[in-house]
Design a protein around this ligand. Structure first.
Ligand SMILES: [Zn+2]
Length: 158
């Protein structure tokens, strides 16, 4: 779960970056792909693989217990949509999905819950990644955004 480190950021005034993105709405330069009633989808700015996305509740709170059932259901609906879109656009062999609760479990942003989904391909964990934790990304973030955004335009979750 080391791929989740590196996302630790706060806003310029020390606020919660995931709360700020919740207010942003769909916006290319902030990498926000989709905004639903309770959650949104954003590209991870520090991806482990290309097209590493996060599904994030609008509401601040770092645990499953801090979010209501409707929000958690929508998180799962959106993860399902992400899987579908990634399958269409990137043709991966598999996926990693994960939620880290609290810093001791590896959460970079510990006070605001977020679920990771990233596509995996056979052989994408190469020697450099495994041994040196270097990340070799074949695609720029905005290029990824432009590939995924049309799929989200067609999405109607809620
Ligand atoms: Zn927050």
């Amino acid at each position: 779960m080391k791929y989740i480190k590196g996302e630790s950021r706060s806003t310029s005034d020390g606020g919660c970056v995931l709360c700020e993105l919740a207010q942003t709405g769909v916006k290319r330069d902030r990498l926000v792909l989709y905004n639903a009633s309770h959650c949104y989808v954003v590209l991870n700015a520090f991806p482990y693989t290309s097209a590493h996305m996060m599904v994030v509740p609008h509401s601040h709170g770092g645990t499953l217990l801090s979010q209501n059932a409707e929000t958690l259901r929508q998180m799962m609906d959106l993860l399902r949509s992400c899987e579908e879109i990634l399958r269409k656009e990137y043709n991966p062999n598999g996926f990693n999905l994960g939620i880290n609760v609290d810093r001791s479990a590896g959460a970079g942003i510990q006070d605001h819950l977020h679920a990771h989904i990233l596509p995996r391909w056979e052989g994408d964990t190469n020697f450099m990644t495994t041994v040196h934790e270097l990340r070799v990304l074949p695609e720029g973030l905005l290029d990824t955004y432009d590939r995924l955004a049309p799929h989200f335009h067609r999405l109607e979750v809620c």
